[in-house]
Structures are given as C-alpha cells and as structure tokens.
Design a protein around this ligand. Sequence first.
Ligand code: DAH
Length: 346
Amino acid sequence: MEAELQAILAQVERDLPEIQTPAAFEQYRATISGPNGSFTAVTKTIGKLPPAERPTAGKLINQYKTRLQELYDAKFAQLEELELQKQIGPAVDVTLPSPDPQPGSTHLITQVREEICRVMRKIGFTVADGPEIETEYYCFDALNTPADHPARDAQDTYYMDPEARIGNVSRKGTERYLLRTHTSSVQIRTMLSEKPPLRILCPGRCFRRDTADATHSANFHQIEALYVDRGVTVTDLKADLDYLFKSLLGNEAQIRFRPHYFGYTEPSFEVDFKASHLGKVGSDWIEIMGCGMVDPTVLEEVGLDPNEWSGYAFGLGIERIAMTLYGVDDIRYLYQNDLRLLRQFA
Ligand code: DAH
C-alpha cells in the first residue's frame, strides 16, 4: 500500500506545477482526492486488510493525506495570488509621482470663509471656536431670546434626547442640548471666558430644521463677529462693515443699514449691499446679514457693566455670500461635491 501512496504523491508533485487556474486545480484534485479519485481508491482498500494491519495502514494513509493537503494548500495559495495579480495588474511602484494631474482645491465655502477671516484679521480680529452641539442657554437664553421666542420652537432645530448628556457644558445642569441655530452662541462663550477688549470672529456650521430647496439647507455656515471695548459705537460697526465689503467686492461696493430686531442687539440692523460694478450681482440692493450693538442685557448676563463696556456684533451666512458673489443659484450645489461645480472655483 505504501508504494501506491508514494507513487500517487510523487505524481501529484510532478503534476501540480503545470496547473495554471483554480478551475483546473479543482478538476485535478478531484482525480486524486475526489470520491472516485486514485488516492480515495487506495484508502478504500483498508477494509480488505486483516484487522490487525488496519491501524498501521490507517496511520499511513493519514500521513499521506496530510502531505497531499499541504501540497494542495500551497498550490491553491499560489493560484489565488496569481488571480489577484491579474485583477490589480502589475505591482504599483509607490515611489512614482501621482498620475493624477488634478491637484485638490479648497471648496468655495472655505474660500469665502478664509477671505472674510483674512480681511477681518487685518483689523485685529482673531478666530474663536464653539461647539456645534449647544445648550439652550448659550444659543438663546443668554442672548436675550426668551423661552417663548419662536426660534425656540422644537421644530426649528434639532434637539438632543434629554437623556443623552454630552460633557458638562450645561450651566444649569437641566438644559436641553440642540444643534446650534447660529454662531451667536460663541459670543456668550467668549465673553464668559475672556475679558474685554475682545475682537473675535467665529466661523462655523449651523443647523435648522429646514426643508432643503434652492435657498434653504438644514446645514449651513455662518461667521459671527463680536467687538467689545470701551466706547464702541454704531460708527465702528458701519465703518468696519464698509471696510469688509469694500475689501471683498472692491471700492465701489456700498452698504446700507435698515432697522431690524434681534434679541441680543439694540439697536439692530439688517445690512444690504450694492456692487453694481460687478455685473453678476446686478444693480439692486441685496440683503446680506444681521448686526447691531450688543444689548446691555447680554453684557450684564456675562458680568460686564454696560456703562463701562459696549460692543457690536454681526453674523453673516457664508453660503449666501458665496452664492451672491459667484452666481450659484441653488444652495444644494454647494454640498453635492460635483466636480463640475468645484472645478469652477479651484
Ligand atoms: N444670529 C443671526 C441669525 O442667525 C444673525 C445675527 C444678527 C448675528 C445680528 C449677530 C447680530 O451677531 O448682531 O440670523
């Protein structure tokens, strides 16, 4: 019996190198180890041996079975590797330069954000940060926006499950968390953690429960500015916004203030701009942002004496500016990452 087993093993050792595909390998293996295979036939003869010889024969068969299996495994691994190579092609030389001729570029929203920050940095503003998951205190209460204000409606933004507490940022401990509806919350965080004079900018993401259409998105970006010092007046606000818009749009750009209401500023204004010299924005006034003088109630809330300190604040929508300036007529284009749009601003 051993001679037969030995012969089969030798045969397999000779045949395997010739086999090129997994299918051919399976076919070949069946002729040896399949139900009608030559090796299987030898193993069946064990039943015809005298009982005393069977244990030894069984051991021998197992030894050959193991050696055969090793040969199969090695061959199979080699074939798998070959198949993989066929699929991925020749080995990649990672030391070669990238074949991609298109370098990446910043998104239009990033470009507009950076440009506004760059302009404002020149007049002393630095960038401050705040969390996107906010408490009602920072987002509303401290900004003089009481509980019955429509902005507090649960339908207006995304409120967290009250059980899901995130860190220990809540002042009162029992507050609800929400996705911030504006970056104005950073005004409060900054005034509580730093002493004036303050000049901060806060670019960031905001959320509202809006149904997406050409001008609405549940997720958008704002830049907030806050300037608190002794003797800050509306003149500073107007002069700085004039400077910002002229820097962004050219010296011909004009702005105008219209009275408005925001809980956290008094007086409050909406700002329109006109830049007729830029053909693409037309010759009409375009409403662009909100601003005002920090309400004394807000200053008191953060422990500042309104008789000593005053300030201005403004908040603008980055998408709004980007769309107006670059003629993007649907806000959704800004989030679809379609290269045809992105490349126009690369
Ligand atoms: N937070 C306002 C909004 O989301 C924008 C705004 C208005 C910000 C007036 C301000 C401000 O800082 O003073 O519509």
